[in-house]
Design a protein. Structure first.
Length: 153
């Protein structure tokens, strides 16, 4: 496979993970896996929360694809898909855990309309501390209604 298609698979895996994260957040985390996710809607006790287990699940998927994609000695499409999922996980950690929730003291301030809107949308999501009634389930995708709030300033 050409380098072009390998890059497309990595990018496709990354974009697919945004859709997967939205779906998983809305229908699984705020559904039958609320038991894990509710820790994210409560004040944190310690450095970790039960919700962090979702990251471990996706890390196993990524690692499994990377490993099985190289078993014959040459990377195949599974390897590149696994890389896309891995890069999404890195972005999730940096943007959600570090920037939005400030779990580490980096990236505190921004003048970016996009990042201000992202942080605000996440605050709106966390206004609801129950399984039902939340909005703004996206991660990197920020709805126009939240972007418009900061474009007007």
């Amino acid at each position: 496979m050409s380098i072009f298609w390998n890059i497309m698979i990595v990018l496709g895996g990354f974009v697919f993970m945004e859709a997967t994260a939205w779906f998983t957040h809305k229908y699984i985390m705020h559904g039958f896996m609320w038991n894990w996710h509710k820790s994210h809607h409560e004040p944190r006790k310690g450095r970790f929360e039960k919700n962090d287990l979702f990251g471990i699940v996706f890390a196993f998927v990524s690692a499994g694809l990377i490993i099985t994609g190289t078993l014959d000695g040459s990377p195949d499409w599974k390897f590149y898909l696994g890389l896309g999922i891995f890069f999404y996980g890195v972005a999730y950690f940096l943007v959600h855990d570090v920037f939005v929730h400030q779990r580490m003291p980096w990236l505190k301030n921004t003048d970016s309309t996009y990042f201000k809107a992202m942080r605000f949308a996440h605050k709106i999501h966390h206004k609801v501390s129950s399984k039902h009634g939340a909005e703004a389930f996206g991660f990197l995708y920020v709805s126009k209604k939240y972007l418009d709030k900061y474009r007007q300033k």
